[in-house]
Design a protein around this ligand. Structure first.
Ligand SMILES: [Fe+2]
Length: 472
């Protein structure tokens, strides 16, 4: 039986608007497009990228129409792509000592990369490919060709930026944060009004030892940064000289993990709370709830927690290609942050999950279902639905599961039925690797993770990161 290493081989093929065969039945209300992003090539000639996160950006589009699905995939012809192809070298972008987070450093030195390989969003009417520098790409929604980097309608200086924007379900505004290195280094919370590419600064907070943060949480009234103690000294970024990820950020568990809670309307930092150290990439949903006292508010923040920073450091492409990388094991936790000063605490929701997603209809609201990829890898890995139950953790856990021997699933993206009445009314889309057949397929399940259809691709799409579905 094939292993997951097939998901880390270089992809070189591109297809345009190719009809995929469909086994089963795709609901005919599904008439939009799923876009996904992720690294898909790590070697050119003798040169090899060091870290999984450093592969060349690759976009896929699955366009649904009347029960059919058409497939397009493309490496945007970025300057990073051309440099890799024409010089057969990853030097200057990602070399062995100049990896993922060192790209931020390159950018400060004026050598920014445009290898936007993390996520997608729709901003100012454009499809945009996102990464953790401000060099986001405008992408043609049909051909997936690069139309150049985005022009921001503001004059903010940003260095390390989240690629996980949060869209407000009421206003359509996108929210995010960045780190700005300087004499005073700051975390900056910003909002991009719907229909624009203008980042409006909502709040900022000075920080002596900025952390590596990957995503954040939004409730109806608050924004929450989750700051693990994976920190750097700003001088390391501001001084000349190179250094890889490990050299720039260090794990300081004694510092604990800090929650920073901002009011969205005023930008006021209303709560800081430090808890025993954990690392996290991904929050799931967050919402406001009643606190212990009747008139107090508490925030619920669901996230995938790791004991330490090995979730970042263990993912070298050489180890992954060898099939012997230790995939880190994350725990889905429900943190409860009282805003009146009480101690935060968490409930355990599930073990061994990543890529948590939920219905966009329930974003910032109390909710029940988290869809996630299981990270238990034994000849395949499952998709799971974790139900929060009564919210105490007592009756929370994996309620539904889809799995098949030899199949490795990807991030499950939930698309709500346009006329749905229940939170789970809709479909789950996941790009899966069939390791035995050595090809990927798009899986379509219902909200109970019962398979409705699958559409095999003509090749393997390497394991990617994130995507979004946009209605037509
Ligand atoms: Fe992510």
């Amino acid at each position: 039986m094939g292993g997951y290493e097939a998901g880390f081989r270089d992809l070189t093929e591109e297809h345009r608007d190719r009809d995929l065969p469909v086994e089963g039945s795709i609901p005919d209300w599904l008439d939009g497009a799923l876009y996904r992003n992720g690294p898909a090539r790590w070697s050119v000639g003798d040169a090899e990228a060091d870290h999984w996160f450093d592969g060349l950006a690759h976009l896929t589009r699955f366009e649904f129409d009347d029960g059919g699905v058409r497939y397009t995939n493309r490496f945007p012809r970025t300057s990073a792509y051309r440099a890799a192809m024409e010089e057969e070298s990853f030097a200057g972008q990602f070399s062995s000592t100049d990896g993922y987070l060192a790209r931020v450093k390159s950018m400060l030195a004026g050598e920014s990369t445009d290898n936007a390989n993390v996520h997608v969003a729709r901003l100012g009417g454009d499809l945009v490919a996102l990464t953790e520098t401000p060099n986001w790409l405008r992408i043609d929604p049909e051909s997936l060709e690069n139309r150049g980097t985005i022009t921001y309608g503001d004059d903010l200086t940003a260095h390390h930026v989240t690629a996980h924007l949060r869209r407000d379900p009421e206003t359509g505004d996108h929210w995010g944060y960045f780190t700005r290195f300087g004499r005073t280094t700051e975390y900056v919370l910003f909002r991009i009004p719907e229909g624009t590419t203008r980042r409006e600064q909502v709040a900022s907070v000075a920080v002596d030892r900025p952390a590596y943060m990957h995503s954040f949480a939004l409730t109806a009234e608050y924004a929450v940064l989750v700051e693990p103690p994976l920190t750097t000294h700003p001088a390391r970024f501001l001084l000349p000289g190179s250094g890889g990820f490990i050299d720039n950020y260090d794990w300081h568990p004694d510092r604990g993990t800090r929650f920073l809670v901002f009011r969205r309307d005023s930008g006021e930092l209303v709560r800081e709370a430090t808890v025993p150290a954990f690392f996290t990439f991904h929050t799931a949903n967050a919402f406001e709830t009643a606190g212990e006292n009747d008139d107090a508010t508490a925030l619920v923040v669901d996230l995938v927690a790791y004991d330490d920073d090995s979730a970042v450091t263990d993912l070298s492409i050489a180890a992954l290609r060898g099939g012997d990388a230790g995939f880190p094991s994350g725990e889905l936790r429900r943190y409860r942050l009282p805003l009146d000063g009480g101690d935060p605490a968490y409930d355990h929701l599930a073990d061994d999950v990543e890529m948590p997603r939920f219905s966009p209809e329930v974003h910032t609201r109390e909710y029940e279902h988290v869809f996630a990829q299981s990270t238990e890898m034994e000849g395949g890995n499952a998709l799971v639905r974790v139900d929060a139950g009564d919210g105490t953790g007592d009756d929370a856990g994996v309620a539904e599961r889809w799995e098949e021997a030899g199949v490795y699933s990807g991030e499950p993206i939930f698309v709500p039925h346009p006329d749905g009445t229940e939170e789970a009314d809709g479909v789950v889309l996941s790009l899966c690797l069939d390791a035995d057949a050595e090809r990927s397929f798009l899986l379509v399940c219902d909200g109970e993770l019962t398979e409705l259809a699958r559409a095999p691709l003509p090749h393997v799409v390497p394991f990617g990161f994130h995507g979004e579905y946009f209605r037509s």
